[in-house]
Write a protein of this length. Structure first.
Length: 214
């Protein structure tokens, strides 16, 4: 069944930027209403703990400071072991929302869902968004079992190996140029994505990844 948003996408405003995000996890295009939401979609798409997510999932009738208001959260996230409802907002615009978010968290907890607020300050750290934006398209490409076996043999479970060494080994094994990026995008290998990716980047074997061999 097609997803029906709890409200229409807000497009008014002289400098408002909206768009669509192609989510493999959710199996459709998701609508974002700010570049911060778009970045959050990218983070959720990359996060191996996330199974699926949807935008403007539902509306709540809340009692805040003695008044009834209608609140529509930005995203509902289905994780492996829990459901999280998220608000995505610039840190500079959080003032005045404490009572609303506190009431939303209380109501959602009653149905077993968690509530989180994500801001530009918490999300946009270092090169993280740039790195995962680069890697996400490679999730659509197949993984070669030979490449998985190679990195399993050369990267000890409790140690790290420079990205350049892994890239050279894959090249020597006749792997396509994109093989390393596929292994990172599918969480066969992991790195500190807050730092820019380079040949000196330390890579480790990922725990609990989702290689999805094709």
């Amino acid at each position: 069944m097609a997803h029906v948003r709890a409200r229409k996408v807000i497009t008014r405003g002289p400098i408002r930027v909206v768009g669509k995000f192609p989510s493999l996890k959710s199996g459709r295009m998701l609508h974002w209403e700010s570049q911060l939401e778009r970045d959050r979609f990218r983070m959720l798409e990359f996060d191996p703990d996330v199974k699926s997510f949807r935008e403007q999932p539902f509306s709540l009738q809340l009692e805040v400071d003695g008044e009834t208001c209608r609140y529509t959260p930005d995203i509902e996230v289905i994780r492996r072991n829990r459901v999280v409802v998220e608000e995505v907002k610039p840190a500079s615009r959080l003032s005045g929302y404490d009572a609303l978010f506190e009431e939303a968290a209380k109501v959602l907890a009653g149905s077993g869902r968690h509530f989180e607020v994500h801001t530009d300050e918490s999300m946009r750290q270092g090169a993280y968004i740039a790195n995962i934006t680069f890697l996400l398209p490679y999730r659509q490409l197949p993984i070669r079992q030979n490449d998985v076996d190679l990195v399993a043999a050369m990267v000890p479970a409790d140690d790290q190996v420079p990205l350049g060494r892994v890239a050279d080994a894959l090249s020597s094994n006749a792997a396509p140029d994109w093989s390393l990026w596929v292994l990172l995008s599918r969480h066969v290998l992991a790195a500190d994505y807050v730092q820019p990716l380079s040949r000196a980047t330390s890579l480790r074997r990922s725990e609990g990844g989702e290689p999805c061999l094709l």
